[in-house]
Ligand binder design. Structure first.
Ligand SMILES: [Zn+2]
Length: 239
């Protein structure tokens, strides 16, 4: 399979995992899974995995989400209200953290029906399905949050292009993905915990995530993989 970022059909193999091969594009350095499973299979596997859902709320995560919400409000300090969409909201822990804040009008989407049922019981506005299945109106959100989501998508370029369409002018996308150039990933090699096809399909570095942003009409505002965890955190503006 050719690289989805630069269309080069030349790669080196990093290793095998669960019947899939992890490869690195010889042109742009993007690391990805081949062969790419069918989208229906991925959605079915995600839903099956989600069926043994149990609600879980940790205090440390709650605190992190409050800081995260404050950061979003600083980005939109001129706005009276912030229309927010969280893709992959799961049971709605982040949406719960902003529920009582009148500045946010928040929506969540996820594939996990049990988690969404729990989110609804907490008074959250959440919808089931993929982003593309909802066909939201253009420019209907000011910020889209996708934490640990992009690496699971069947077609990240299609979904990021759709996110771009949904954002208002100057709207922001905030993401976290595993960072394949982090020291932990370099030391672990093929044993790195995030090399997990078919759940994880794409393995970004700051450079290759910037390529994805450019290809889908975003301009980076902030990007860093300099953490104790191998996470690449990015804020990007609709270009
Ligand atoms: Zn490439």
């Amino acid at each position: 399979m050719a690289c989805i970022l630069c269309a080069t059909d030349s790669f080196s193999e990093i290793g095998e995992k669960r019947g899939f091969t992890i490869v690195k594009c010889t042109n742009c350095g993007f690391v990805y899974t081949t062969p790419l499973p069918r989208e229906e299979e991925l959605i079915k596997a995600t839903q099956k995995k989600a069926s043994n859902f149990k609600p879980h709320v940790s205090l440390s995560r709650k605190i992190r989400y409050h800081f995260f919400a404050s950061r979003i409000k600083r980005l939109f300090s001129q706005h009276d209200r912030i229309r927010l969409l969280e893709i992959g909201c799961n049971q709605g822990n982040f949406l719960s953290a902003i529920k009582s804040d009148k500045k946010f009008v928040a929506t969540g989407i996820d594939l996990n029906s049990a988690a969404l049922q729990y989110a609804r019981s907490q008074g959250l506005h959440v919808l089931e399905g993929t982003l593309e299945s909802h066909n939201f109106s253009s420019k209907s959100f000011d910020v889209v949050v996708a934490l640990h989501v992009i690496e699971h998508l069947h077609d990240p370029i299609r979904t990021m292009t759709e996110i771009n369409r949904l954002l208002s002018e100057g709207g922001m996308l905030i993401t976290i993905v595993p960072c394949v150039t982090h020291i932990k990933a370099r030391l672990a090699g093929i044993k790195w915990k995030y090399f997990g096809p078919p759940s994880h399909l794409w393995y970004f570095s700051p450079k290759t995530f910037a390529l994805l942003l450019e290809k889908t009409g975003f301009a980076p505002v902030y990007s860093s993989c300099f953490y104790n965890r191998a996470h690449l955190k990015t804020i990007a503006r609709k270009g």
